[in-house]
Design a protein around this ligand. Structure first.
Ligand SMILES: [Zn+2]
Length: 361
């Protein structure tokens, strides 16, 4: 899943995302809650309609960003008090308000409110944090069950959405109109925590499965621990998550890592790396990483990646991409991001084809 933090995958318009084959993208509840605000998005028919994206969307619970971006975070059993990174205003997230926000945004998949345990953390702290995440998972589910029909595209809201439709946008004809969504609800996923402790991960997985969700995420990784440890924890946690439900590894990773984790049985991943790296001129290619800002590319007339079929590699030279980057042109961000997204999506398409071949043999 490409990350579309503030209802946009930075530098790439939605029609290009469709052409690239993006089937689902991630929106960040924390950012959308602060700006433009949940009620505004809800009033405009929900996130799909607001950002003119008829394909799938997943929103995170806001928890991870509260912990990583905001200042003066105070965590209690009730929830998290934090200050906006935009204007310093004080806000309070609870499992209930995080569900309310995600229901208001109306993504297809939403996430339980969890505490991302910091790294490193000692055994006592890790267990306490894991236990609270489990209680928050129960509260998230309870709130969701009571309010799941309040989605902006649900039955009762439908007339309001329809009346706005003509003012807002028309979706591409081959995508289902949102009226088909009437009566449908979102899928709420649970999140496994437990720090870097395999035993706590096992317990967190089993107890989260006991609460019961249509999909499960492994959270609290890629928080500064060594990559080998990430791999070990993922491997041991996957054992305890049902194979017939989507298994989602949050915040991972490099192209090599996503292929590795998909091979281990992970079904979904999200990462800002392809888009963020692109904006810093770091490009992933079949020949390894390319830092396009380097002077060695100034007269290189060849394509960025000779093996890549993306529209950037088909059309532009390394010399041109290097020039755009050096001149701080906006197009550099667009082209670099398009290539990196294509490279990631192609990596996953290859992995899927390999898995299909293996299951045929
Ligand atoms: Zn390319």
């Amino acid at each position: 899943m490409p990350v579309g933090t503030a209802a946009t995958v930075k530098a790439v318009p939605q029609d290009v995302l469709e052409e690239l084959g993006v089937e689902i993208l991630l929106g960040n509840t924390y950012h959308l809650y602060l700006r433009p605000g949940i009620e505004q998005v809800r009033g405009l028919g929900g996130l799909h309609r607001f950002m003119a994206w008829p394909r799938a969307i997943l929103t995170d619970s806001g928890g991870f960003q509260v912990f990583s971006l905001s200042a003066l975070t105070k965590v209690t059993e009730e929830g998290v008090r934090f200050r906006s990174h935009l204007d310093g205003a004080s806000h309070f997230f609870t499992p209930e308000s995080a569900m309310q926000a995600q229901i208001g945004l109306g993504a297809d998949i939403i996430m339980a409110f969890d505490e991302c345990t910091e790294y490193p953390a000692d055994a006592v702290r890790t267990r306490a944090s894991m236990e609270m995440t489990l209680r928050w998972a129960e509260r998230s589910k309870a709130y969701f069950e009571g309010h799941k029909n309040e989605v902006p595209w649900g039955g009762s809201q439908l007339s309001a959405v329809s009346s706005q439709q003509k003012h807002v946008l028309r979706f591409a004809q081959d995508d289902k109109p949102q009226q088909d969504m009437a009566g449908k609800t979102q899928a709420l996923f649970g999140i496994v925590q437990g720090g870097m402790d395999r035993e706590l991960r096992r317990e967190s997985a089993l107890r989260t499965v006991e609460i019961g969700f249509p999909g499960y995420a492994i959270g609290g990784l890629s928080v500064g621990e060594p990559r080998e440890l990430t791999r070990e924890i993922v491997e041991s946690t996957l054992e305890y998550l049902p194979k017939d439900k989507p298994r989602y590894l949050m915040g991972v990773g490099t192209p090599e890592e996503i292929a590795l984790y998909a091979g281990m049985g992970v079904d979904m991943m999200d990462c800002v790396l392809p888009t963020r790296a692109a904006r810093h001129g770091l490009l992933f290619t079949s020949e390894g990483r390319v830092s396009i800002k380097q002077a060695r590319y100034a007269e290189d007339a060849g394509p960025l990646d000779p093996a890549c079929s993306c529209l950037v590699c088909q059309r532009y030279s390394r010399a041109y991409l290097r020039h755009l980057y050096a001149a701080n042109e906006l197009l550099a961000q667009v082209l670099n991001t398009v290539h990196n997204l294509h490279f990631y999506l192609e990596t996953m398409r290859r992995v899927r084809a390999e898995i299909q071949n293996m299951s045929r043999e």
